[in-house]
Design a protein around this ligand. Structure first.
Ligand code: SF4
Ligand code: SF4
Length: 338
C-alpha cells in the first residue's frame, strides 16, 4: 500500500543534534560546525531545551542525532529525561558503532527505534563513502540491537554515485530483517556540496528527474514486498497535487548545539534559522529568516530548493517548470499489501 504522508500540526517532530562530534567522516556529511556549533550539550541543557517542545498535549516525536549521538556519555539519561517529559516516540540515529555500551544501558521500552545508516549493500560500495570498516560495524550493530529486542531501521542516502547499489540492498534488508527502510536524497549541504567518492574523478550529483522516478519507487516496492515499510522523499509533485511548505503547515524543529533551531533542513547551512535558544529560552529571530522565505509562492514549488539545488528543476520551452518540487519533508510510504 502506497501513500503520501500528509503534514500534521497535531504532532511535533523534534530533530535534536545533541553534539556534532563524530568518529566517522562521511563524504556527504551535512554537519557544518561553523553553522551548527561543536559543543556536546550537557544533560541539563538538553532537558531545558526539550521542555520548550514538550508538554503541550501534542505528540512529540524525538529523533536524537549528532554527529554520532552514542558518543554522548549521558545519552541513556537523555532518553529517560525525554520519556519523562512525555515524548511519544524516541529514535536514536546512529552510524552503528554504538559507543558507551548504549545497548546495555537503554531498554526497548525506552527507545522506539535505533536507526542505522548504510550507503551501499557491501563494504566495497559503502566504505568508500562512510569509511573503512563502517559496513561490517554497522551490520554487527543492527544484529546486536535486534538480538536485544530493539526495533531497527536503516537509512540509505542516495546520490548518483550509489543509486545502482540500492538494488543490492534488497537481499541485505531481507537478511537483516530491519523494521523500516528510509531512502534519503543527498542534500547539497556540508561536505556534500564538494563530495567525491569515485576516486576523486567527478562531483557526486543528486539523483533527479527520470532516474529518480524510474528507480526509487520500483526498488521501494520490491523491499516493501518483504514486509519492510519503506519511506522516501516525494520530490516531484503530480499536476493535481498541491504544494505545501512544511515550514508553514507542520511542526518540525531541527535543533543544533549552538542554539539554532531551524524549521527547514535545507536552510541549515545558512544563518537564517527562525528560532534560537538564548539562556535556555526559545526566541524568535528577527526578519529576514527562513520563516519569511516560506511565504514566497513560486511556480517551481519549494523556494529553498530553487535557491540552493535548482539542478533538479526542468522547464518547458516557454519557461514554465515541468513539475513542482515538493517540500523535502514530504514523504511517500510503502508498506506490505494487506
Ligand atoms: S556518521 Fe553521520 S555525523 Fe558522522 S560523519 Fe557520517 S553523516 Fe556525518
Ligand atoms: S524544504 Fe522547501 S517547502 Fe520544505 S520547509 Fe523547506 S522551504 Fe519549505
Amino acid at each position: 500500500m502506497k501513500r503520501t504522508v500528509s503534514f500534521s500540526k497535531r504532532s511535533k517532530n523534534i530533530f535534536f543534534h545533541i553534539l556534532t562530534h563524530c568518529n566517522l567522516k562521511c563524504g556527504h556529511c551535512y554537519i557544518n560546525k561553523a553553522q551548527h556549533g561543536s559543543s556536546t550539550l550537557p544533560l541539563a541543557t538538553v532537558s531545558a531545551w526539550l521542555q520548550a517542545f514538550t508538554g503541550s498535549g501534542a505528540d512529540s516525536n524525538l529523533v536524537l542525532l549528532g554527529g554520532e549521538p552514542t558518543l554522548h556519555p549521558d545519552l541513556p539519561r537523555i532518553v529517560k529525561t525525554a520519556r519523562s517529559k512525555g515524548c511519544t516516540s524516541i529514535t536514536i540515529d546512529t552510524n552503528g558503532y554504538l559507543f558507551n555500551d548504549i545497548l546495555e544501558k537503554v531498554e526497548p521500552e525506552d527507545v522506539d527505534f535505533f536507526s542505522f545508516s548504510l550507503d551501499g549493500p557491501t563494504p566495497d560500495e559503502n566504505d568508500p563513502i562512510r569509511g573503512r570498516g563502517s559496513f561490517d560495524t554497522c551490520v554487527a550493530g543492527i544484529k546486536a540491537a535486534k538480538q536485544k529486542g530493539f526495533n531497527t531501521s536503516l537509512i540509505y542516502t542516495v546520490s548518483s554515485g550509489n543509486l545502482q547499489g540500492l538494488q543490492g540492498m534488497v537481499p541485505l534488508l531481507k537478511a537483516l530483517a530491519v523494521d523500516r527502510f528510509f531512502i534519503q536524497v543527498i542534500g547539497l549541504r556540508g561536505n556534500a556540496s564538494a563530495f567525491k567518492h569515485d576516486a576523486g574523478k567527478s562531483r557526486v550529483q543528486q539523483v533527479a528527474g527520470r532516474d529518480w522516478l524510474d528507480v526509487i519507487p520500483a526498488v521501494a516496492q520490491k523491499i516493501a514486498d518483504f514486509g519492510i515499510t519503506v519511506t522516501y522523499p516525494k520530490v516531484y509533485l503530480g499536476p493535481e497535487e498541491a504544494f505545501e511548505c512544511a515550514g508553514v503547515v507542520a511542526e518540525n524543529y531541527f535543533i543544533f548545539p549552538n542554539g539554532r533551531v531551524y524549521r527547514c533542513p535545507l536552510c541549515e547551512d545558512f544563518p537564517v534559522h527562525g528560532l534560537v535558544f538564548e539562556n535556555d529560552i526559545l526566541k524568535k529571530m528577527p526578519p529576514i529568516n527562513e520563516t519569511d522565505l516560506f511565504q514566497l509562492d513560486i511556480p517551481e514549488g519549494c523556494v529553498m530548493n530553487k535557491m540552493i539545488q535548482p539542478d533538479n528543476i526542468a522547464y518547458h520551452g516557454d519557461g514554465r517548470p515541468k513539475f513542482k518540487i515538493a517540500c523535502c519533508l514530504l514523504k511517500e510510504e510503502i508498506s506490505e499489501i494487506m
